[in-house]
Design a protein around this ligand. Structure first.
Ligand SMILES: *[C@@H]1O[C@H](CO)[C@@H](O)[C@H](O)[C@H]1NC(C)=O
Ligand SMILES: *[C@@H]1O[C@H](CO)[C@@H](O)[C@H](O)[C@H]1NC(C)=O
Length: 367
């Protein structure tokens, strides 16, 4: 943002170049970028330490420049929608919106709702955090892991998942061949470094993380650790999400036990899950589960996603209709929910696919 505004000012200045007698354009750009960013946008000043002679100019120099001209430029720039309180227009960090979306759009996931909100809110409110935020989402497919990742992106970034500050990696898609793992390591490191340089608060999403090769996890581990910087780049404002089905069976067992004993699903607490989740993780094979990420305390929060019941499927169906501007009656919602497969065989309690294909399925029920 600042760069673009700067270029604009630079354009205006070049008309006055005789007055300023600049040596070179590149000299000018660092010089005035610093000046504008520090004094006009009141951003974080970053004096160029490599070259002590290139100090940010004092306000006096700028004072010679007509104030009207500056405010005119400022107004014009803001009229393009490029002015933001945060200083970075790509970042919105809307906690109110995050909280609201998690409450209204996510069904049957009281634990994920509270853990995700607390984790992100705490992280954003603490700029001094000494490591990036790492969350690991666990659960069956269709329980809402991707959905929550999207809600996070939508509320933290102006352009949601399309933002240049959000990067999605799908393990089997981006890193399909085990024999190429050394190539992937380099590519992944470079991609992460590149993104964070351009946008310190980058959101990295690793989908199907259970399929990540152990070598790849080792390669990115340093970025998630408590380092001030790695090769001169600080990753402390980045957010890493790992989505996997690891521990899904354990989570389902706990939910089933609660149901059998007549307890409320909403009374399932983290303490009921943590032990079993850990046990299943230790038993499972594959890179992510066995990686030092899990054992080395680099994951800040484990977020369990519970299997969804009939009533939750109805809510998903209602949302899917609403997304098309339609309002469905109870009977229709029941029809959609009944068409799903429920497991285990005896209890037929949990939707095998969660809410996954609901938006496609309602096509069959449309009038
Ligand atoms: C920047 O300007 C200074 C003098 O103001 C000059 O000595 C230096 O060579 C210039 N640097 C570049 C990269 O043009
Ligand atoms: C944050 O999200 C809420 C709810 O979606 C919305 O009403 C509000 O305008 C958003 N605030 C900003 C600053 O975008």
């Amino acid at each position: 943002m600042c760069v673009r505004w700067f270029l604009l000012v630079l354009g205006a200045l070049s008309a006055e170049a005789d007055f300023f007698q600049f040596d070179s354009i590149s000299n000018v750009s660092t010089y005035y970028f610093n000046y504008i960013y520090c004094n006009i946008w009141e951003g974080e000043c970053q004096p160029n330490q490599d070259d002590a002679t290139q100090q940010v100019p004092t306000r006096d120099l700028w004072a010679g420049f007509p104030q009207d001209y500056i405010s005119l430029l400022h107004q014009w720039y803001c009229s393009l929608g490029q002015c933001c309180e945060s200083g970075d227009c790509r970042i919105t960090n809307n906690i109110t919106g995050l909280s609201r979306d998690l409450q209204r759009k996510l069904h049957g996931q009281h634990l994920a709702q509270s853990v995700v909100l607390k984790a992100i809110q705490g992280f954003l409110n603490n700029p001094e955090s000494n490591k990036p935020l790492t969350l690991s989402f666990h659960g069956w497919s269709g329980t809402g892991k991707n959905f929550v990742a999207r809600i996070i992106a939508d509320n933290l970034y102006r352009d949601g998942v399309k933002s240049e500050c959000v990067r999605l990696f799908i393990a089997p898609f981006h890193f399909p061949h085990a024999r190429l793992v050394d190539t992937y390591k380099g590519q992944l490191r470079e991609a992460i470094r590149d993104m964070v340089l351009r946008c310190p608060q980058t959101l990295f999403i690793f989908d199907e993380a259970e399929k990540l090769h152990p070598g790849l996890i080792d390669a990115i581990k340093p970025y998630m650790d408590h380092y001030d910087n790695v090769d001169g780049v600080s990753y402390r404002r980045a957010i890493f999400l790992f989505l996997s089905n690891i521990g899904g069976a354990a989570i389902n067992d706990v939910a089933l036990d609660f149901w059998h004993s007549g307890q409320n699903r909403e009374d399932i607490g983290m303490e009921d899950l943590e032990h079993r989740l850990r046990a299943e993780t230790m038993e499972s094979h594959g890179g992510f589960a066995q990686s030092e990420l899990m054992s080395g305390h680099l994951i800040d929060f484990f977020v369990p996603f519970l299997p969804l019941e009939y009533r939750h499927i109805k809510l998903c169906a209602r949302d899917a209709y609403a997304a098309r501007g339609l309002e469905a009656d109870e009977a229709t919602l029941d029809e959609v929910a009944k068409a799903m497969l429920y497991v285990p065989k005896e209890e037929r309690l949990f939707s095998a696919q969660g809410c996954k294909s609901i938006p496609q399925r309602i096509n069959f029920f449309l009038p």
